[in-house]
Design a protein around this ligand. Structure first.
Ligand SMILES: Cc1cc2nc3c(=O)[nH]c(=O)nc-3n(C[C@H](O)[C@H](O)[C@H](O)COP(=O)(O)O)c2cc1C
Length: 255
């Protein structure tokens, strides 16, 4: 299974066996994680592997899933770091999924034991993973997602491949399954917007940007699968405008 195929079967896994994984599996995951390029060059990211067995004071909160391993992403806070973090972590989540293991994002993993000393890094997001106690795959038609017409506007008759790419983006996981992404779609470009949440402006805006990075990962992985050359770009005459219901995030150009 490759990353693209993993998009269509992944789900959040919340029950894990507590056995340790083979060290070679861990090494492969960490090597894969190290190979992912940043969306924006000046951002620095550190990924720390935390084993539940090593945590002295683990107290799962109501939203924290108990798992044998957590991968914790720390980042410097340059512009775009949340988008970058989501894009990276989702590639790792899909890689782990493709290896037959379960994953679940943890929005706020409370690590009492300090993992990273360097002050310039912020703990952004964590991913629980390990052997699932039950089936770790799900058929994509069982995923609870908004219909395509609610999240994408097709500005022209698009190629089958482009429709497939948007369908892959639709399956992206998001915090509380909020699915904030909105897309304006052409054959050679997709503009990504984040739905504004008028009730929880600041909290949701931050969390929403990680979700947008996850969605971007699905777009880019699917485009690559379709043999398209896709790259994220910020289009200044869109980013300079303000929109009532959505924030412009980034565009994906495809050729
Ligand atoms: C940024 C982010 C944070 C999340 N935080 C949590 C969390 O703290 N606890 C949890 O159980 N699930 C968490 N989730 C998982 C979502 O609830 C889940 O992805 C969403 O409901 C869609 O379900 P699915 O992953 O099974 O497709 C998070 C997901 C994302 C993307």
């Amino acid at each position: 299974m490759n990353l693209y195929e993993a998009i269509f079967v992944r789900k959040s896994v919340r029950k894990y066996g507590m056995d340790k994984l083979d060290q070679t599996v861990i090494d492969h995951i960490m090597n894969f994680a190290d190979s992912i390029p940043m969306i924006f060059d000046d951002i620095k990211v550190r990924l720390e592997l935390v084993q539940l067995a090593d945590l002295k004071h683990f107290q799962p909160g109501i939203l924290t899933v108990k798992a044998p391993y957590y991968l914790v992403l720390y980042s410097t806070k340059e512009p775009g770091y949340l988008l970058n973090a989501g894009n990276m972590m989702e590639q790792i989540a899909l890689y782990i999924t493709a290896r037959g293991l379960g994953t679940c994002y943890i929005g706020s993993l409370n690590l009492k034991d300090k993992v990273l000393e360097e002050e310039e890094y912020e703990q952004v997001i964590a991913l629980a993973f390990g052997e699932g106690e039950y089936e770790v795959y799900r058929q994509n038609d069982k995923a609870k997602r908004l219909p395509l017409k609610s999240i994408a506007v097709f500005k022209e008759e698009v190629d089958k491949n482009v429709r497939t790419i948007v369908s892959a983006a639709r399956l992206a996981p998001s915090g509380m399954n909020s699915q904030p992404w909105r897309m304006v779609v052409y054959n050679n470009r997709i503009h990504l917007f984040c739905k504004k949440n008028i009730f929880m402006k600041n909290v949701m805006k931050e969390a929403g940007l990680i979700d947008m990075g996850i969605c971007l990962a699905h777009l880019l992985i699917a485009a690559e699968e379709m043999w398209l050359d896709a790259r994220p770009v910020t289009i200044s005459n869109i980013s300079s405008q303000s929109f009532k219901k959505n924030d412009y995030i980034i565009s994906v150009k495809m050729s």
